[in-house]
Ligand binder design. Structure first.
Ligand code: SF4
Length: 68
């Protein structure tokens, strides 16, 4: 079974492109200014593709994925 991964958001880098929450709507959300907020810090196996897509497509490299 795949292990959960942990997300870290460098909020100071986020400028609100919204790619993360468009590609991973079950993992990433937006605040009132259109910037990313994590809907969950620990991501179960079934949502890790969304987490990876969001992180890989953030132009600011604001999202990091760590193993639990
Ligand atoms: S893609 Fe990156 S810069 Fe854009 S909202 Fe998400 S975390 Fe912020």
């Amino acid at each position: 079974m795949a292990r959960a991964v942990k997300l870290r958001l460098a909020g100071e880098r986020c400028v609100g492109h919204g790619r993360c929450y468009e590609l991973g709507p079950d993992v990433f959300g937006e605040d009132e200014r259109g910037r990313c907020r994590l809907l969950r810090e620990h991501v179960p196996a079934e949502l890790q593709e969304q987490a990876r897509l969001g992180a890989a497509n953030c132009p600011e490299r604001a999202i990091e994925i760590e193993s639990d």
